[in-house]
Ligand binder design. Structure first.
Ligand code: NDP
Length: 343
């Protein structure tokens, strides 16, 4: 289950689904109608494991307004995500990945559906694994010594932010933690510093940015402004809409990659195949960690609520899902950003 993160993507997606003979719809027309479309299955998928198995799934679009994801729209959005879950249940899905914003229904028991048959996961464990492995590999490639680096995590109190903080504590020189809610940030940072870890925290990114050698950004926000960063900072931009990329000159010494992404060695087939119009990547068979987590669980016949709630992702869980993923040929995606592949 997913949603689109910009009107530009939505325009490409909607016009891609329509036959060429009926002509393109204008942005205005799309904006007027898109959000009234009820959640529905958009394409089927077939995914292959390197162990020889094949699994079958569907992509269900929620048709959420990308500009209306704030707290004031929460009721309507939760209603739509629950309708999408009902579509998946009707299709007898054994496991559902709630991609990006749609995982909101797993916070605070907001999902009224009986999900004893259909299991749900946010996919945040495998997403965290790909973020972590990505940073470790990118640091090696760029000769950055992680142990001697200050690591900034934007969105540190979120589900993925906490998982990354807990994984890297003790493995870096110091942690710089940022989120907007001061109380939550203070509480979490104090928990970490009690373990003897060097932590600096602030709700003001400007206080942390100049010290950061490496940045993980995992916030759902367009509002982040990044200034005064080190010239050769390494950035893993894993949030949606993309948190930092539009605000930074990726050509001027900064190394930025889209994090949390994996690649399926044996490939997948979509039917109908809309990959020409949306989900365009600079390498084949790339997918989001959240969706890939449900795929890995299906390959493993593990039908349980794997990643749910906030702050439950342990380093052991990250290692476990990553090992299962690699077993089926689902590995870290090559490094890329909107300019294409690195190097
Ligand atoms: P959560 O909602 O659990 O956490 C979001 C975090 O961001 C919180 O700490 C929040 O804290 C913080 N935050 C939000 N806005 C800002 C801001 N302007 N400045 C600083 N901090 C901010 O989300 P998840 O951990 O579940 O997901 C994080 C991101 O990762 C999302 O954007 C999601 O779409 C993306 N994602 C990517 C996947 C992939 O495959 N690449 C898969 C799954 C998720 P506070 O409210 O206090 O600011």
């Amino acid at each position: 289950i997913g949603h689109q993160d910009s009107w530009l993507n939505i325009k490409a997606f909607i016009n891609g689904m329509r036959s060429i003979s009926v002509g393109e719809l204008s942005m205005e027309h799309i904006k007027d109608t898109f959000c009234y479309i009820p959640p529905r299955s958009v394409f089927k998928m077939k995914v292959r494991s390197k162990k020889g198995d094949t699994i079958h799934g569907v992509y269900i679009e929620t048709f959420l307004d990308p500009e209306k994801l704030g707290p004031q729209y929460i009721r309507g959005n939760i209603k739509k995500v629950n309708e999408a879950i009902a579509v998946a249940q009707k299709l007898n899905a054994k496991i559902i990945a709630l991609g990006g914003f749609t995982s909101i229904v797993l916070e605070g028991n907001l999902n009224p559906f009986n999900t004893t048959e259909t299991k749900i996961t946010t996919g945040n464990s495998l997403t965290s694994a790909f973020i972590i492995k990505g940073l470790e590999n990118a640091s090696k490639e760029l000769n950055i010594d992680i142990k001697a680096s200050q690591l900034l995590i934007i969105g540190a109190t979120g589900d993925i932010g906490r998982a990354c903080t807990n994984y890297f504590k003790g493995k870096v020189k110091g942690l710089l933690l940022c989120a907007r809610n001061k109380k939550r940030l203070e509480l979490f940072s104090k928990e970490i510093s009690k373990e003897g870890i060097a932590v600096k925290y602030s709700t003001d990114l400007n206080h942390l940015i100049p010290e950061a050698d490496i940045i993980i950004s995992v916030a759902s926000s367009k509002e982040i402004v990044i200034e005064n960063h080190k010239k050769s900072v390494l950035i893993c931009d894993a949030g949606y809409p993309k948190n930092l990329e539009q605000k930074i000159d990726v050509k001027a010494g900064v190394s930025l990659f889209h994090g949390g992404m994996g690649q399926i060695e044996e490939g997948y087939d979509f039917h109908p195949d809309y990959t020409k119009y949306f989900y365009k990547y600079p390498a084949p068979h790339i997918g989001h960690g959240c969706v890939l987590e449900a795929i890995v669980l299906a390959f493993e016949n593990i039908f349980k609520n794997y990643s749910i709630g906030k702050g439950n992702i342990t380093t052991d869980k990250i290692d476990q899902i990553y090992a299962m993923s690699v077993k089926h040929g689902i590995e870290l995606a090559p490094f890329y950003n909107s300019q294409g592949l690195w190097g």
